[in-house]
Design a binder for this molecule. Structure first.
Ligand SMILES: O=c1[nH]c(=O)c2[nH]c(=O)[nH]c2[nH]1
Length: 294
């Protein structure tokens, strides 16, 4: 019986990095969770324990910290620098993927003035995944855990019913979700400036929020499509948006046993189970994704 090694990759998961930029005016903080993943000619280590081609995961972790000494900047650009370094300087490594999560810190204000060095953790995580194969780089940016809620403007009715269906139809419900969204950049991201990455993120994030707020929803699926479509309509550098939207159900509480009505005011917020609505919205003619979703 012949047995052979299949696909494989390795790296350091969840390198927690906090960088303080000690500006003369005020400090800034960058708080990251970085995962590096390398692949290439690694058969020897798997088959014989010959580790001569293995760049240790410990070294990968050290590289993240050492590169941060020079500054981090926007996570997409930081990921590109790391991915290029691993492939371009390690003979056995032909592909690298760097995943970055950025936890957001908002500056405090004191007496209406921005604080010099004090911050509060803000909701939502900014994400980026960079892949590089020695010649081409792919970048996907995104957000995770962005919790949104509409108190009205959401309906759900006309759905298929069978003998197990009990869900009442509604023309007015709470719509709440925790957005995980990733958007793929088209073109060559190689030499994009930090300012361009920052603006692209800011605007994509804004359009997601505005689409959620603006869409009169007949289903969370429809809202998902509206969110992806709006990002692509406004951001020509982006070609694909993938969304995962948990439906954070809010059930109207029956107050009749207490002789009370409930005109859409008192809800039970269930945490599980939840509907999970996932989908991809693409620009027509979007380029091949290559390793973008690796
Ligand atoms: O927006 C929704 N989409 C569904 O597919 C669904 N299913 C369900 O029970 N509630 C909802 N809401």
């Amino acid at each position: 019986m012949a047995i052979h090694l299949g696909g494989n990759q390795y790296g350091k998961a969840e390198v927690r990095l906090v960088r303080v930029d000690r500006g003369a005016e005020r400090h800034a903080v960058t708080d990251l969770n970085v995962t590096t993943t390398l692949a290439g000619d690694l058969e020897a280590t798997h088959l014989t324990g010959d580790n001569s081609g293995v760049l240790p995961t410990d070294t990968q972790k050290n590289t993240v910290y050492a590169f941060a000494r020079e500054g981090v900047g926007e996570i997409e650009a930081f990921g590109l620098r790391l991915a290029r370094h691993f492939v371009d300087t390690t003979p056995t490594i032909t592909r690298a993927r760097v995943r970055l999560e950025q936890y957001r810190w908002e500056r405090l204000t004191v007496d209406g003035q921005p604080a010099h060095h004090s911050f509060a953790r803000a909701a939502g995580t900014r994400t980026a995944t960079v892949a590089y194969d020695g010649s081409t780089a792919w970048v996907v940016s995104g957000v995770a855990d962005l919790t949104l809620l509409n108190t009205t403007g959401s309906e759900f009715h006309g759905f298929h019913r069978d003998r197990f269906t009990t869900l009442p139809e509604t023309d007015d419900r709470i719509l709440a979700t925790a957005v995980s969204a990733s958007w793929r950049h088209g073109g060559d991201p190689a030499d994009r400036a930090d300012a361009a990455w920052a603006e692209s993120f800011r605007q994509a994030h804004r359009h997601l929020l505005e689409a959620f707020a603006d869409t009169h929803s007949l289903s969370l699926q429809q809202t998902l499509h509206a969110m992806g479509e709006r990002v692509l309509r406004h951001r020509e550098e982006l070609v694909e948006v993938r969304l995962a939207l948990p439906n954070k159900h809010h059930f109207l509480v029956d107050l009749e046993p207490f002789g009370l009505d409930n005109p859409g005011e008192v809800f039970f917020a269930a945490d599980r189970p939840y509907g999970l609505i996932e989908g991809t919205v693409l620009r027509d003619g979007a380029p091949d994704p290559g390793l973008a979703w690796w």
